[in-house]
Design a protein around this ligand. Structure first.
Ligand SMILES: [Zn+2]
Length: 472
């Protein structure tokens, strides 16, 4: 059997409910290390007034704490006590929050894992609704040595733990605890309340490091589950370990659905270039090939930035640069016997064989041996994977995402995201929203090639309606 880690059952009393604003007045603990059990209780001078109702609830009066040392005097011993242990508390987030704040102010680390006995009770007794300390006392016949004093409450948790060992056996208890701790593998420098605050639905989340430096932007259909998986012990690669050590804050934005989350993620990654994200494309300088409708006309290199998906003929790309576009086409010609003169990559007097033809490598479109129609058909087949989809509408389209009141409409025109409007804003009109940016559907808006595949997919999966353009 695996040896149990060192357990520190702990309870704190405070001047109120906010770990930011209020202060500790007492810390009580029971340390269990194998067969060895030690207890401790310390009054703490909070440096602020103890509210009268707290005095009545706990029996800890202003006079008592006035004589007590400040937390700083206690901090080194507490930091050492908790170091590497499993801290066990009832509503652990509360106790942990206060201790962490106080420890931070004292400039000391707090490196422990946290086990919440409310969660433990809930896991073992899902049939019961109440899991407060009073409910546990009544259910398991615990013997309080007092109530609302720190050591007395910590001792109740130790009693509860012993009852659970008797009732479930060491193995079951350990398995349950391991399960709970797995989800509590939360970086110790991050506020545990954040985990609870994270929403269940779709959106983007952002990790920040020291000095508010953006470290990572991600998207998910289930923000909380995804964020938690970043810190789950069994998913920890060296890379995510480094990330989790650097995270100091997490923020998020909820979205109506996955498409909006994808668009927002792409936008934020581009804007911030977080260290742990893969770089998205630079859009500037990108090129594409235009294939004109006339069979004899050479391919034209175009700027991918200004593409609107409505030109005559087909477009293929995008390529990082003109050089890359040409290299791709050269290679395709060499491999498939296409004619570089017909493609426009080389020049030769009309009707004369191209250089590759002289070497027997061109199938002869330049000299009429292969028809231009066949040459074109083969070219399009070779390029099929780079083919860009035309904008299939005459104007803007609104794509609906999400349900009910949270539903939004993404207005898309010529593969550009013009903006996103709420259901209420869109309900009254069949027209494009009147407040959309003038430049929104202009060629002046550069094409965003990270959005293109997202929008292409969105057009297939989201319900949509066409809009008529507002003319001033
Ligand atoms: Zn040729």
């Amino acid at each position: 059997m695996v040896a149990l880690p060192r357990l520190v059952f702990i309870d704190v009393e405070t001047t109120g409910g906010s770990a930011q604003r209020d202060r500790l007045t007492e810390v009580g603990w029971v340390e269990v290390n194998g067969a060895q059990v030690r207890r401790g209780q310390h009054l703490v001078n909070p440096g602020v007034r103890v509210p009268p109702f707290i005095e009545r609830l706990t029996g800890i009066t202003q006079a008592m704490v006035d004589e007590a040392p400040a937390f700083d005097a206690l901090a080194p011993a507490l930091s050492a006590l908790l170091d590497g242990a499993v801290m066990v508390a009832h509503n652990a987030r509360f106790d942990y929050g206060f201790l962490r704040q106080a420890m931070q102010r004292a400039g000391l680390p707090m490196r422990c894992r946290v086990l919440c006995t409310v969660k433990l009770s809930r896991a073992l007794y899902p049939e019961h609704k109440a899991h407060g300390l009073d409910a546990l006392i009544a259910r398991h016949g615990l013997q309080p040595m007092g109530r609302h004093r720190a050591l007395a409450d910590a001792d109740l948790l130790w009693q509860f733990w012993q009852r659970m060992q008797q009732a479930w056996g060491q193995d079951t208890l350990q398995r349950t605890v391991a399960q709970l701790l797995r989800y509590d593998n939360w970086p110790s420098h991050l506020d545990p309340a954040l985990l609870e605050a994270l929403p269940d639905g779709p959106g983007v989340y952002m990790f920040f490091g020291d000095n508010d430096v953006p470290l990572y932007v991600g998207k998910s259909k289930h923000i909380r589950r995804r964020v938690r998986s970043h810190f789950a012990a069994d998913h920890r690669s060296g890379k995510s370990m480094r990330l989790s050590l650097q995270v100091r804050d997490i923020r998020w934005e909820e979205t109506a659905g996955e498409i909006q989350a994808l668009m927002r993620e792409a936008q934020l990654v581009k804007q911030w270039q977080p260290a742990h994200n893969q770089r998205l494309r630079r859009n500037r300088g990108m090129t594409l090939w235009h294939v004109p409708p006339e069979l004899s006309a050479p391919l034209q290199l175009g700027r991918a930035e200004t593409w609107r998906g409505s030109d005559a003929g087909e477009a293929y790309g995008p390529f990082r640069s003109a050089r890359q576009a040409k290299a791709m086409l050269e290679q395709a010609a060499d491999e498939h016997g296409l004619c570089k003169v017909v493609l426009g990559l080389e020049s030769a007097p009309k009707g004369r064989a191209c250089f590759a033809r002289q070497l027997g490598r061109c199938r002869g479109a330049c000299v009429g041996v292969e028809s231009l129609a066949l040459h074109r058909a083969r070219l399009l087949e070779v390029l099929v994977r780079q083919r860009l989809q035309r904008w299939p509408y005459g104007g803007p389209v609104a794509l609906a995402e999400g349900e009910g009141e949270g539903r939004v409409w993404h207005v898309i025109d010529a593969w550009r995201h013009v903006g996103t409007w709420s259901e209420a804003q869109m309900a009254t009109t069949q027209e494009a929203p009147t407040d959309w940016p003038e430049a929104g559907c202009d060629t002046a808006t550069p094409m965003d090639w990270d959005l293109y595949p997202i929008l292409r997919r969105a057009l297939k999966v989201l319900p949509q309606r066409q809009l008529t353009r507002v003319t001033a």
